[in-house]
Design a protein around this ligand. Sequence first.
Ligand code: PLP
Length: 390
Amino acid sequence: MAMSAVYLDNNASTRVDPSVLDAMLPWFTGNWGNASSKHGFGMDAAGAIQKARRQVRTMVGAEMDSEIVLTSGGTESDNMAILSALDNRLDRDEIVVTEVEHPAVLAMCDHLSRTKGVKVVRVGVDSFGRVDLRAFRTAIGPRTAVVCAMWANNETGNVHPVRVMAEMAHAEGALFFSDAVQAAGRLDIDVASTGVDFLSISSHKFHGPKGAGALYVKQGLRTHACLHGGRQERGRRAGTENVPAIVGMGRAAAIAQGRTYQDAKHQESLRNRLRDGLVARFPDCKELGDPDHRLSNTLCVAFEEIEGEDLVTLLGREGVHVSSGSACAAGSNQPSHVLRAMKVPFARIRGAVRFSLSRESIATEIDTVLEVLPAVVAKLRSAGTLRHVA
Ligand code: PLP
């Protein structure tokens, strides 16, 4: 992809930071050892993993290294969190989730409902995507094993009141899991003060490599091993560790930690510039999500009389890369479950586009988007929909 490309799809994935890549490279051809080997190569690799684990631990505010299980990413961590929570509450058979969780959580819950008879209680959101806290509290009861509420939503950027939600879960003796895949690196995460029992993160959302993630498991809680084999990760996740990716994730975590606030401020000012520019050019363009509690990098808007997917395609041809919703739902052709939960009218859901910035975003990119958009939107509107445009 040309370097002049405007990339505003950072909730789907971020660019690996050059210094992260530098940290990873020696672990491909300089030391390719297996971290389980007892010679120098192996011991050095094990040391590098240990360092990365500590960097991740610091990023999420965990107390002990042993509370961090290294995984392949957000999906695996989410799956493992739910299975682990159930293992810790064997006398309970219900899961409470918000309707706007990522498919990595919702599909796992559906799977457990189908195969194990687990009851899944879904709690709705209002038109801003805010979880109905009263309904949320009511949904949690003596049979609830785990309550799942993401820290920040990938489509709207909405940030949920996880500390309050964790308290509600604990009041009924349930465990609390938060998917912080979109929040890590963008907000300060602190598992200790928020009372989270399980928390998932994914390296490629904070300028680390793909294929690395982590699950925080509060000290004293059991972890469900999804992979069986060797004794890696204290027997909690078998399989030879992906040392370069783990090292990269650790470095990315350390970089993000020192600059979260300043990056958030930078992105917020650019995001607001984009929002103001859109509103000025397209009076019908509607901002979706909770403007008061939202990741500073995310702007989800709905255009009228336009297919978001078509807009994404045409913008892509102009070198502007955005998303028509969750990249994780790409290819499903289903209207976003998040926007449906918010009861956004179907016509608007179809016109929804997500712009997601990163710390690398710059003002000229925002200006390019604002420059390119009017002609693209006009073209789509005059053509009806792009499905009929060559
Ligand atoms: N959870 C959220 C909120 C996400 O946004 C994503 C990916 O977009 C995932 C989980 C899945 O993470 P991964 O891509 O690392 O499997």
